[in-house]
Design a protein around this ligand. Sequence first.
Ligand SMILES: [Fe+2]
Ligand SMILES: [Fe+2]
Length: 182
Amino acid sequence: MVDNMGKVKVFRCRICGDPYIGSEAPMHCPFCGAPQRFFVKAQDWNPDEFNVKLSEISKKNLEAALQLELDNASFYDCAKNKAQKAGDNYSLAKFKALMKVEREHASAISKFLKISSPELKKQACNADSKVNSKEGWEREGRAIKSYSKFRDEATEQRLKEFFGALVEIETDHLDLHSEYFK
Ligand SMILES: [Fe+2]
Ligand SMILES: [Fe+2]
């Protein structure tokens, strides 16, 4: 037996619900990007986390958020493919990670709406990764604006928290794209 047995644990992210194995909770969720404070030990997970009775306005806002996430995920998917074609490995990694995170957001939103996460549609983008970063920056800005509004309009504490976390995560993405404008 190795002497570091029992050093890793199972955690769960309260924003996307996904499990994570590690010695401690990660700084950012590898699936949805949520900061560390949203992690709980798997034993402490509340199985009703996504089982929220939705107000009319939150249902409408979640549906709008779902479209936004799917749209951004397909945009990043296109940007990733262009970067791959151009042999730009950094942009490939960046857009691939963003695509996965936005897909995860779409899937978390679908859990609240109690539907299965829709497939991505094809989306156009530029051949130039710098241009796509600029568009990504604009898209993230719009997402932050919408989610701040959705957070403020939510009457359910859980949805205030959820939209608030999305605002934080998309702000990290905005920061990432700003590498070209500094
Ligand atoms: Fe997460
Ligand atoms: Fe997102």
